[in-house]
Design a binder for this molecule. Sequence first.
Ligand SMILES: [Zn+2]
Ligand SMILES: [Zn+2]
Length: 998
Amino acid sequence: MLLRQEYVKLQKKLAETEKRCTLLAAQANKESSSESFISRLLAIVADLYEQEQYSDLKIKVGDRHISAHKFVLAARSDSWSLANLSSTKELDLSDANPEVTMTMLRWIYTDELEFREDDVFLTELMKLANRFQLQLLRERCEKGVMSLVNVRNCIRFYQTAEELNASTLMNYCAEIIASHWDDLRKEDFSSMSAQLLYKMIKSKTEYPLHKAIKVEREDVVFLYLIEMDSQLPGKLNEADHNGDLALDLALSRRLESIATTLVSHKADVDMVDKNGWSLLHKGIQRGNCLLQRAAGAGNEAAALFLASNGAHVNHRNKWGETPLHTACRHGLANLTAELLQQGANPNLQTEEALPLPKEAASLTSLADNIYLQTPLHMAIAYNHPDVVSVILEQKANALHATNNLQIIPDFSLKDSRDQTVLGLALWSGMHTIAAQLLGSGASINDTMSDGQTLLHMAIQRQDSKSALFLLEHQADINVRTRDGETALQLAIRNQLPLVVDAICTRGADMSVPDEKGNPPLWLALANSLEDIASTLVRHGCDATCWGPGPGGCLQTLLHRAIDENNEPTACFLIRSGCDVNSPRQPGTNGEGEEEARDGQTPLHLAASWGLEETVQCLLEFGANVNAQDAEGRTPIHVAISSQHGVIIQLLVSHPDIHLNVRDRQGLTPFACAMTFKNNKSAEAILKRESGAAEQVDNKGRNFLHVAVQNSDIESVLFLISVHANVNSRVQDASKLTPLHLAVQAGSEMIVRNLLLAGAKVNELTKHRQTALHLAAQQDLPTICSVLLENGVDFAAVDENGNNALHLAVMHGRLNNIRVLLTECTVDAEAFNLRGQSPLHILGQYGKENAAAIFDLFLECMPEYPLDKPDADGSTVLLLAYMKGNANLCRAIVRSGARLGVNNNQGVNIFNYQVATKQLLFRLLDMLSKEPPWCDGSYCYECTAKFGVTTRKHHCRHCGRLLCHKCSTKEIPIIKFDLNKPVRVCNICFDVLTLGGVS
Ligand SMILES: [Zn+2]
Ligand SMILES: [Zn+2]
């Protein structure tokens, strides 16, 4: 462009230079009159422009009349020669543009030309120059125009140039046209004549026919056909360098008239391109672009044109697609009908997936990378229900028509994804079409290569709508998948409640277990699908459902739910009316271990696991609260053993519970609570059943008795804490109270706690003994103290009239005696029913420590009457002597007791029959001072009655009362400071003379 402008500028400069050269030449040759004359003449002529002077001609320019001069015009052009204009007065140029005309006139007079960047103006000027044979002006115009030529106006200038025979401009334009040939549009050629255009096309392209069609000039096409007549139809089927066919170009531009012309000249309607696309394919294909959907009808028309002009309707391209596929893919219903009418085969399947444009891929993933599609697959995949209807109608018509060549669509054909058209329609959500397909004979129960039915697939896709559709249309619900799953199991697994409902409504077997043995109801519950579970139950599904359990035993779903601690499931089953009372059972051949025989009801199991909600639910729904398992245990036994407080509370407060049921070990629930030291439950049980703690064992002992006897302080405290009765007696012959037992057991701690808890301190045994009596008999000084502190009646006597001191002495309990003698005012001289004081008891029962006890007595009671006889008249000395208790005798004698006192049978220590008198001798020998004299009516030795003749005498050594005969000897007793002979008895005489060792 710049170059061209540069060129034009140079041209202009050249013209000016030439003119100046002429002027200079004129001036330089002043000598030459002729040269000077020329330049003067040119100046005069220039001055005459538009001047009246010398004017001999008027020129009409527009509405104006310009004054002109014939000789000037004649000098410029032959057409204005003086001869031609001789009779002319006026020249009419009003038909031309006035401005252009004025420019021309000015140039004629002055040789001056004003260029304007206006191609129309210049063209006009050029035409005018041509008209009046102004060669110089035209040449200058041509050069001026060339600067303005471009792609858009080059054809117009070419035409003008040709018209004006302006070869320079024409060649220049032709060059531009040639270099921009492919950019030229049909509008650019619209004004060009057919002849000229054809000529130009022929000179510029190898394929004139294609170009003629591209610029939509049927007249040019005709010229081509006429010229090529001899080479037809071959030339019509040539492809251009783009591989395009003339007929295809015509069809693609919807130039039906040209297409018709081509076909009538035998263009081949079945030509195929390098990809195997036939014209028909391509005709249909042009509906491809979504943006051109609206234009689809036009393309359909093109294809209809081909179809009805005998194109092969079953041609397949390299992907195996027939025109019918393409028509179906693009939703061309009319074309589909026409193709079928023309014998298109609706059962051909594509061989390879079509490379899809991006917008189509996003349109439907169903179409992506699939092959083996029938046209009907295509129509459905691309969502063209009207096309589907056409095919279905065709099938109906073909079936009813006789003698029909149309091929009946096969609905069982599957695409590369194993989809039938019915499946495809369903997955595309085209249920109306699916219904139509079924109505037209599609099979609802076809299985895929993996054995699945459409129903299975719908469920697996979680496509409830399709599944329900299939069920409504009576799809077979009993077909299993290759894995053996039923439709019901699948529907549950895919969590489709409506589908489950529909399948159940159709009467599916709700008991078929899956491969793991889980029945449908369990599948639903295990996945927390309560709505589905409810549906199953509503349809009568068995909520109990016996099945295999641990070790091959039989169990219900409830057992299983409880075992898995799945409370929601357990409660659901209970509310659904399952068996709430049966324990597990052995299998049919006795399988199962402990579980099969433990006899535990669901309530036992739930109590054992601590499943509170489940227990509550079981109770609400009538589970037997008193059921006993194989061990005889009730649920509350189990709950207590497992220490589940809330459950214990629930069970205890149940109106029907029996709290006295014993298990095999004889334990009541209370006993159980004791065993597990469960205060709360024991208390709860006692509150409900006040006698629960009083239940006794086979020995008549209640829990407190046993605990006390076992010195089980913990249990005692436990029972005290739950307010067990601390005064109830053992129900046996002895009828002891807990306090008695505690004393017997010797537990100070228990005694104290029982007393603190309100045990009565003075309760008596059947032998009328108090706890103190009992304590006194054992070596329990502290307990004696405790009892005394707590106000025990120390004076109480038992059935033998013994007080506690009697018994303490009888059993030689020195420590007890000290407590009794020092911490209370027990009567130490009291006689029991046998007429014995504690000291007599000591004499009779005393053991090794008897002397110590005796000493203790005298220590505490120095004035104790040592010689007081018992009911038999025996003194403690006589009793001790008769028992042979030497130590005690010595202690008594040392304390100054009388020696020879007789009892009621006349027995005393002197006459008591013993093997040896050695003890007597020793006692006498040890006398250190004169003992108190005895008194009486008879001689202690010979029992002679004293009277007037028989006088009373005393042995001064032993103090006995004797007759004269029995105390004849006299001897001084040095140890008594009796230095003169005094009366002694025979024994004393021997002792005093022989010593204590005789
Ligand atoms: Zn005598
Ligand atoms: Zn004597």
